[in-house]
Write a protein that binds this ligand. Structure first.
Ligand code: PLP
Length: 564
């Protein structure tokens, strides 16, 4: 067994500085970083072994095929499956669930049947079932989540019945880290004759999984969340189930005999692996799993739980901060929100200090609805994170909270509106030129970002009564509301745009300073990229934020077009 403290140095990417600070990577639930061993496997494969598998008679192909099938056996050992042919390579968890939905679901489900999922599923374990239920006439049922972020056991037992064909749930929630009691749930589902699929995407990197002990029918995960490469994942299925399932994709590699009168298919696992597989991905994943199996699971658990406790206790001290998801059994995943700052603002401001977290709905919109939150900030830890990093993270969040207090709370609109907001008037208090000077005078990107947040305070806030869905602009990460007014006499356009994120409000202020009160022709000629380039902001806009701003400018320009 390897000492955990030694392992961090094996992740080259963690030696980097980001925005001038040592990288603190807390977005491990999205994807983990890769150890040197995995990187070397990929490099070595392309330098020494690369060939297509299962087909050619030459030496390289034989070598590649052996390595590929050995990798499959490594996965079998990792999941403690009985047979290697129960392990199917997929592109990732998403493809694995789609495979089961299309092949098993398409062949089994019918009107009157039910598929039971939970309210805490990733979209990958919702949409494929929604689609196949729609196609087959089966019904989709959802186990509710309680206020702590745990599945409602009573509701679950009530929902189970003779009509339940499948229970498909995550082992661990990607948003709030809840570890579901899958062992008991599998037993209960089997008692009514249902099959069980477990989405282990957020589990396998944190604790050992034994599919035989669980007795699940399907288990799956993505390699990239377990220190392996992207583009490779695993579906485990019980042998007799896989043997009875038809192919879901067809083509080469999965056939025995092909003629124009018909085709016969190979047995599993190849029946489900049409086309040339991701050979190097499989080898990289096997290396990652060997790496994980060389760690002491007890030590890993103690280390990750220690960081979770530290982060939970530290964040709980911060006024106005609420931790979302307080289940008894959790992995080291922490979601939270703050009263005074939008989750997107927090993500951006932490990034300025080299701290990578995830913000938004985390591909679990139904869970966000159940928790009545538009999004959260998620810090998710891995074996290479340290307590010192967690302390830096807590201090950074605490400082943000204090700084935000000094910025003051957002001026909340009074509702209903008696008067049109200021932006509809002719006042243009934000001359683009002076803004340009103000921003250019600030040397560091961090200072400029803080200044942008201050600018947001100058933007008139739309009253709640105008924050309607019909005024919502889509294509932005945060909520953005948009209205305009055309002054026929002066032939000028005025805009009132608002957002729930401070940084977005600041960026809107910059846009409006250039476009508010202009003629439709002037607006049509506006080049947003050149403008942000002049403000020296272009390089610092994330692709999604840049696209969000483009959506706003596009809407302004489309509006202008109507008056030309
Ligand atoms: N299931 C869970 C619980 C996840 O967290 C994720 C990814 O975040 C997925 C499924 C989908 O994984 P992938 O995008 O690698 O297919």
């Amino acid at each position: 067994m390897r000492e955990l403290t030694e392992l961090r140095t094996e992740f080259p990417i963690l030696q980097q500085h980001v925005n001038g600070y040592p990288l603190i990577y807390l977005d491990n639930a999205a994807t983990t970083q890769k150890p040197e061993a995995v990187i070397n496997t990929i490099n070595h494969y392309y330098r020494t072994t690369n060939a297509n598998v299962h087909r050619a008679s030459h030496c390289l192909s034989a070598r590649a095929t052996h390595a590929f099938e050995d990798a499959r056996d490594t996965v079998r050992r990792f999941l403690h499956a009985s047979h290697t042919d129960e392990i199917i390579w997929t592109r990732g968890a998403t493809e694995a669930i789609n495979l089961v939905a299309q092949s098993w679901g398409g062949n089994t489900l019918k009107t009157g049947d039910e598929v039971l999922i939970s309210a805490m599923e990733h979209h990958a374990n919702i949409v494929p079932w929604q689609q196949i239920c729609h196609a087959t006439g089966a019904a989709l049922k959802v186990i509710p989540v309680n206020g702590n972020g745990e599945l409602d056991k009573v509701a679950f037992r009530q929902q189970l019945g003779a009509q339940t064909r499948l229970l498909s749930i995550c082992h661990v929630s990607n948003v709030i880290g809840t570890i579901n009691p899958v062992h008991d749930m599998i037993r209960d589902a089997h008692a009514v004759g249902a099959k069980v699929l477990i989405d282990g995407s957020q589990a396998v990197a944190h604790f050992p999984v034994d599919v035989q002990a669980l007795d699940c029918d399907f288990y799956l995960f993505s390699g990239h969340k377990a220190y392996g490469p992207t583009g490779i994942g695993v579906l485990y299925g019980k042998r007799e189930l896989l043997q009875a399932m038809p192919p879901w994709q067809t083509g080469g590699e999965m056939v025995e005999q092909v003629s124009f009168s018909g085709t016969t298919f190979t047995p599993p696992p190849f029946r489900f692996e049409a086309g040339t597989p991701n050979v190097v991905g499989a080898l990289g994943l096997a290396t990652a799993l060997d790496f994980l199996m060389a760690c002491d699971p007890q030590q890993l658990r103690v280390h990750e739980q220690g960081m979770l406790t530290l982060a939970t206790d530290g964040l709980n001290q911060i006024p106005g901060l609420t931790i979302i998801g307080t289940a008894q059994e959790k992995t080291a995943v922490l979601s939270f929100v703050m009263d005074t700052l939008h989750h997107q603002d927090i993500g951006t401001l932490l990034d300025l200090q080299g701290i990578a977290v995830r913000t938004g709905h985390h591909c679990a919109m139904p869970l966000m609805s159940a928790l009545k939150r538009p999004g959260t900030i998620r810090a998710s830890m891995a074996l290479y994170n340290t307590e010192a990093e967690i302390e830096t993270f807590i201090n950074a969040v605490s400082t943000l909270q204090k700084e935000t207090q000094s910025l003051g709370t957002e001026p909340r609109p009074r509702s209903p509106a008696k008067r049109l907001p200021k932006a509809f008037t002719h006042e243009t208090e934000l001359a683009a030129e002076s803004l340009l000077n103000e921003l250019q005078a600030l040397r560091s990107w961090q200072e400029r970002y803080r200044h942008i947040m201050m600018l947001g305070k100058r933007l008139p806030t739309l009253p709640d009564s105008m924050r309607f869905e019909e005024h919502r602009l889509h294509g932005c990460e945060s909520a953005v509301w948009f209205q305009h007014h055309y002054d026929k006499t002066a032939m000028r356009l005025y805009f009132s745009i608002d957002s729930d994120a401070r940084i977005v409000r600041g960026l809107i202020t910059l846009i409006l300073s250039a476009l508010n009160g202009r003629t439709p022709e002037e607006i049509a000629a506006f080049d947003m990229d050149a403008y942000f380039e002049a403000l020296r902001l272009m390089n610092h806009l994330s692709p999604s934020r840049g696209n969000g701003l483009r959506a706003i400018v596009k809407e302004i320009q489309l509006t202008a077009h109507r008056y030309r």
